[in-house]
Design a protein. Sequence first.
Length: 202
Amino acid sequence: MRRTNEQYYILLTEESRDLLFIMDLEAGAFLYGNKAFWEYLQEVPQEALRMRLMALEEPFPELMEISLENVLGKQTWLELSLTRHEEGGEHLLLGSARNIQDRKEAEEEIRELGYYDSLTGALSRNYFMTQIDRIIHRGEQSGKPLSLLMLDLDHFKKVNDTCGHPVGDEVLKETSRLIQSRIRATDRLVRFGGEEFLILLE
């Protein structure tokens, strides 16, 4: 028998890997959480998350990152998207969150290994060459697609020759900044060499 739209919606929210929740801002209580949300609260005390959310100031950015201490005393990270909703006298906080602990640990490992390009702040060619096999393997294991975009700045040599290398460096830094502002948090920008950039889409 075909499900109703409401049943499909419930299935979608309950099976989502993202942490979905609704919080009563006046009572400071969670009114709803999907399965992933309650599983996360087995690792992080509910009170710690509640207090952190209550302390956030509006307006909320489109995405924000917060850190919490788990039951083992270790730092864990969430990426949050929050919306305030008021209706019928209720003051609610609608939240969608993603556990980004693995990403944070990977970023720390990258920093320790010197995998960032010192000029642009993008990941370096060394990072790409040493990590690409592991990235491909992880994609195969998870079943998620992996795409690679290659970008090259045409006639960049003319910029260096006519305006000087300091201006060329500024062009590279601005290019990196613009790309970083357009890609998702899960994507990675690599300066592969000179004026060549790669974007890893996961």
